[in-house]
Design a protein around this ligand. Structure first.
Ligand code: RB5
Length: 156
C-alpha cells in the first residue's frame, strides 16, 4: 500500500457483533485500542444469544448519521449482519474475508461498514483485514461515478 492511499487521519469506528461474533469483536477492539482509533462498542457484550439485525441497525444508524465514520460488524458468517446493515440508506457494508477484498471495498466501493464472520476467519487474519480496511481511502474518479449511481438509485 502506498502513502497516497493510506488514510491520513484515523477514522472513528462504531463496532458491534451478535453472540456468534462476540469473541472476534473483542479481538478487533484490541486492534482498535493498539492503533489508537476512537471507537464505540455497540455490543453485544457476552455470548448470550441475541438477534444480529438489532446490532446491525444500531451500528448502521451511527454510521449513517455521521456520528462515526466507519462501522465494523461481526456475526457467525458476516452475512446476516451485513444484509441487515445494507437495508439502511447510505450504508455500503462489505463482507471481506481477505485483505484484497478489504482494500478494494474501500478503494472501489467506498464501503463504510466492514463485516466478517467469526466462524469463517481466524483472529489473526481478521485483524489484518480490519487494519487494511481502516487505513485505505476511497480512490474516487470512475469509482465515484459508480457509487453515485447506487446512491441515486437508493434515493429514487
Ligand atoms: C447465529 O447463529 C448466526 O445465524 C448469525 O451469527 C449469522 O451468522 C447470521 O448470518
Amino acid at each position: 500500500m502506498t502513502e497516497a492511499n493510506m488514510t491520513k487521519e484515523a477514522v472513528t469506528v462504531a463496532i458491534g457483533s451478535d453472540h456468534a461474533g462476540f469473541r472476534l469483536k473483542e479481538e478487533i477492539i484490541g486492534l482498535l485500542q493498539e492503533e489508537g482509533y476512537a471507537f464505540r462498542d455497540f455490543g453485544t457484550f457476552s455470548e448470550e444469544s441475541v438477534d444480529y439485525p438489532d446490532i446491525a441497525l444500531d451500528v448502521a444508524k451511527a454510521v449513517r448519521s455521521g456520528e462515526y465514520q466507519r462501522g465494523i460488524l461481526i456475526c457467525g458468517t458476516g452475512i446476516g449482519i451485513g444484509i441487515a446493515a445494507n437495508k439502511m440508506e447510505g450504508i455500503r457494508a462489505a463482507l471481506c474475508h481477505d485483505t484484497f477484498s478489504a482494500k478494494a471495498s474501500r478503494e472501489h466501493n467506498d464501503a463504510n461498514i466492514l463485516t466478517m464472520g467469526e466462524r469463517i476467519v481466524g483472529p489473526g487474519l481478521a485483524k489484518d483485514i480490519a487494519g487494511v480496511w481502516l487505513k485505505t481511502d476511497f480512490a474516487g474518479g470512475r469509482h465515484a461515478r459508480r457509487v453515485q449511481k447506487i446512491i441515486d438509485f437508493e434515493k429514487s
